[in-house]
Design a protein around this ligand. Structure first.
Ligand code: PMT
Length: 406
């Protein structure tokens, strides 16, 4: 999703930085559009650095030197590509332009050109806000369907006390997310996710591994973050960029994954074990590279069962979700693992199908709980991740393991 964030000239312009960050935390791309006056308060560079996007600073001139033909038509392409236009802070002047359809800068032109929902957070001096002209403008906008995040009361930068303060960035972001239908239903949860394979050394150059790419576990991490959750991601060696806001612990072997998960488990209300942990390791690894004419058999021993250890040490308010990678009798085997590992749910996938499961973009799973079986048809792993998280929330509500929101 993509949002254009209009920033107008007011002392509260700096608070738009927090709005940018929070929208990004919800997985939204933010294109900042600054009015000329706002650039007196905050430098475009600040927003460019925060948003990772070029900041739009004018309709005709970029940097006030050369006509910028790109931006002359940019308002139309941007208007068509955004899911919402947010203006925070919105000055009396910009509200008046919007109400009267005046289009003399990029932001007011964008407002006229877009059919996306518009949310504005006005801020101004108390008398300016009370003025019938401003009130009429806001009322016109309200009637047109513009969502207004009402200003709060308090001490204003002009020295007066009263209504006119910019609403809290959290309130502005909540209004945007509600408008876009984005839920933050995991805001109260800390979710520990294991992902990827483990590697068990054979000798200094070789290891026992498996085909897990980490995509499933990373998709769950990304989805949980978007829904407001705090994520601890214990990751085996993968070639993926971890989600920016996840607390990532990199591990290599099953033993390291065991230690990392056990040491962080007490912080989590939900544990989801999507990692493909090696089931065997060398009883005694070779300290030297094994030669072609060396021993041709490997003496193996089982690794620790991480889920079993987690079940042993779990807190009563924790939910424990496992995965089952099966090649036949998937549901039957999954149900046996659910019971044996004392899990609240298990996500069963058929890893004999090369189009799903290991190292594919898609998956197709069945979520088993003690008394339910929910088949999730084939979809991108990001979508499957959301369905798994839906199931987690359902389990929480049923089991009373929900924790109050912070
Ligand atoms: O990473 P991708 O390429 O996206 O592929 C996704 C996946 C196929 C790896 C994933 O969807 C999946 O099925 N993960 C579990 C793989 C697995 O090891 O399944 P299992 O049936 O062998 O193990 C059952 C459960 O016990 C798993 O939750 C596993 O994390 C856990 N386990 C296994 C072995 C072990 N020593 N300790 C464990 O805790």
């Amino acid at each position: 999703m993509k949002v254009a964030l209009g920033v107008c000239g007011g002392i509260a312009a700096y608070k738009a930085c927090e709005v940018v960050r929070s929208l990004q935390d919800a997985g939204i791309r933010v294109q900042v559009v600054m009015t000329a006056a706002s650039q007196e308060f905050v430098r475009p560079l600040t927003f460019a650095a925060l948003s990772g996007e070029k900041v739009i600073t004018g309709l005709w001139h970029s940097g006030g030197v050369q006509p910028n033909l790109d931006s002359a038509i940019e308002h139309i392409s941007l208007a068509q590509s955004i899911d919402a236009l947010v203006v925070a802070p919105c000055t009396a002047d910009t509200a008046a332009k919007f109400a009267h359809g005046q289009a003399d800068d990029f932001l007011s032109t964008l407002y006229l050109a877009t059919s996306a929902p518009v949310i504005i957070a006005p801020t101004m001096n108390v008398e300016m806000l009370k003025h019938p002209a401003t009130q009429e403008n806001l009322s016109v906008l309200r009637k047109r369907g513009v969502r207004i995040v009402e200003p709060g009361s308090g001490y204003l930068a002009c020295g007066m006390v009263g209504a006119g303060r910019l609403a809290d960035p959290e309130e502005i972001v909540a209004a945007v997310l509600a408008t876009l239908g984005i839920v933050r239903d995991l805001a109260a949860e800390t979710i520990l996710i294991t992902a990827g394979p483990t590697r068990e050394p054979v000798d200094p150059v070789r290891f026992l591994g498996n085909r897990s790419s980490g995509k499933m576990g990373y998709a769950i991490a990304e989805a949980a973050l978007r829904r407001g959750g705090k994520v601890i991601l214990v990751s085996g060696p993968v070639a993926l960029e971890p989600p920016e806001r996840a607390d990532v612990v990199h591990v290599e072997t099953a033993e390291e994954m065991l230690r990392a998960t056990l040491s962080r488990a007490s912080e989590a209300n939900v544990i989801i074990a999507a990692a493909a942990v090696a089931d065997f390791r060398m009883r005694i690894g070779s300290s030297q590279k094994i030669k072609r004419n060396g021993p041709m058999s490997l003496d193996l021993e089982p690794t620790a069962d991480i889920l079993a250890e987690l079940a042993e040490h779990r807190r009563p308010d924790q939910l424990l979700i496992g995965f089952a990678a099966e090649t036949k009798d998937a549901i039957e085997n999954g149900r046996a693992k659910l019971r044996k590992k004392r899990l609240d749910a298990i996500v069963v996938n058929d890893v004999s199908n090369p189009e799903i499961g290991f190292d594919s973009e898609q998956n197709e799973v069945t979520i088993l709980t003690a008394n339910e079986e929910t088949a999730i048809p084939r979809a991108e792993k990001s979508k499957i991740a959301h369905r798994i998280l839906d199931a987690v929330l359902k389990l929480k509500t049923r089991s009373g393991k929900a924790v109050p929101a912070h």
